[in-house]
Design a protein around this ligand. Structure first.
Ligand SMILES: Nc1ccn([C@@H]2O[C@H](COP(=O)(O)OP(=O)(O)OC[C@H](O)CO)[C@@H](O)[C@H]2O)c(=O)n1
Length: 312
């Protein structure tokens, strides 16, 4: 039995997902789950204040996507996104890393998001927060009908949805076989250039003996999520990751609001984090991850479940 309290963390970071802020009255998801569009900003502010109180050993925050909700009127979307970024800017101890989600793209273009989120270049990128640890942030709407990363990718996504989803409403997985249900308009996929980049980054990480954590809005392991909230080319992405299974330790995702988890055949832990949006007033969902030599410890607040992942 390993001693969980044997050492101090090497570094720590904050996690939060699916804030989906909009200055509109409360509503419900397609499945009838209550959503608190205004309350999510208050919840984010509370998370930032608590992270700030935890001191400078919390060195950055990563949000897993869907900063604003598609119900935010289009003409108000830039201001709503700026309000959320201003809230994140109040985090005092380091950088805030953003992951792109479907709701980010309903009323904002990629260009607007780059400007507002201060993302210089691509929505997939990597960073090294501590020697020996690398984060790889993926763009799971690279190939999507919501605003793919190029015209070709948007056309490819439309063709894919037409071929795979027989429903008139392409958001609907109704009547589709379980393994096909991921082919709905609110999901997307990773394009070839991004896959090649991922392979290069993982090879580099392996050569440097780094441990890698992957961040992606849409879950990449089927067992960690519902059939209709899975990355279109999840298996293809896993094949790349599995070539480097000695260095990849975990993936973090959002999108499936009630959270989930699973361990793949190589022992990599895939965690889906619980959404802020569906927390009623007074509740919250955010976490702090302490990274040790031998493990990650997620200390969840509110709806976010805590977990410990030992490195293999
Ligand atoms: N079965 C469904 C599910 C959703 N829709 C419509 O699709 C749009 C996006 O759905 P939404 O639930 O807002 O997307 P999230 O990213 O918040 O969550 C993803 C998963 O749904 C979580 O479980 C919206 O217009 C829905 O009405 C649909 O038509 N059919």
């Amino acid at each position: 039995m390993k001693d969980l309290h044997s050492s101090r963390p090497l570094f720590s970071f904050g996690v939060i997902t699916d804030v989906q802020y909009a200055d509109v009255p409360d509503g419900r998801s397609f499945h009838g789950v209550p959503r608190f569009y205004r309350g999510s900003l208050a919840a984010l502010n509370e998370a930032i204040a608590i992270w700030n109180d935890q001191g400078s050993d919390l060195s950055f925050v990563i949000q897993l996507g869907d900063l604003i909700d598609g119900r935010c009127p289009r003409d108000q979307a830039p201001a709503a996104a700026r309000e959320i970024v201003a809230a994140f800017d109040r985090f005092r101890h380091g950088h805030v890393y953003h992951t792109i989600g479907n709701h980010c793209l309903y009323n904002l273009s990629r260009g607007q998001l780059q400007e507002i989120l201060r993302i210089d270049g691509s929505f997939y990128y990597d960073f090294v927060p501590h020697p020996g640890f690398r984060f790889i942030v993926l763009d799971s709407y690279d190939v999507s009908v919501l605003g793919g990363s190029s015209r070709d990718h948007s056309s490819l996504a439309m063709a894919l949805l037409d071929a795979k989803n027989p429903n008139v409403d392409k958001n609907s997985p109704l009547g589709m076989a379980p393994e096909q249900q991921r082919f709905v308009a609110f999901n997307g996929g990773i394009g070839d250039a991004q896959l090649q980049w991922l392979d290069r980054k993982l090879r580099e990480a392996e050569d440097r003996n780094e441990r890698v954590i992957i961040a992606c809005h849409i879950p990449i392991l089927r067992e960690s999520t519902y059939d209709d909230t899975l990355l279109w080319n999840a298996e293809e992405v896993l094949r790349v990751i599995h070539r480097y299974d000695r260095c990849v330790v975990a993936s973090l995702a959002g999108h499936k609001h009630d959270g989930g988890e699973g361990v793949d055949e190589k022992g990599i832990h895939h965690r889906v984090l619980e959404a802020v949006l569906e927390c009623p007033p007074g509740e919250n969902s955010f976490g702090r991850v302490d990274v040790y030599e031998d493990r990650l410890e997620l200390l969840g607040t509110g709806r976010m479940r805590s977990a410990t992942v030992f490195f293999r």
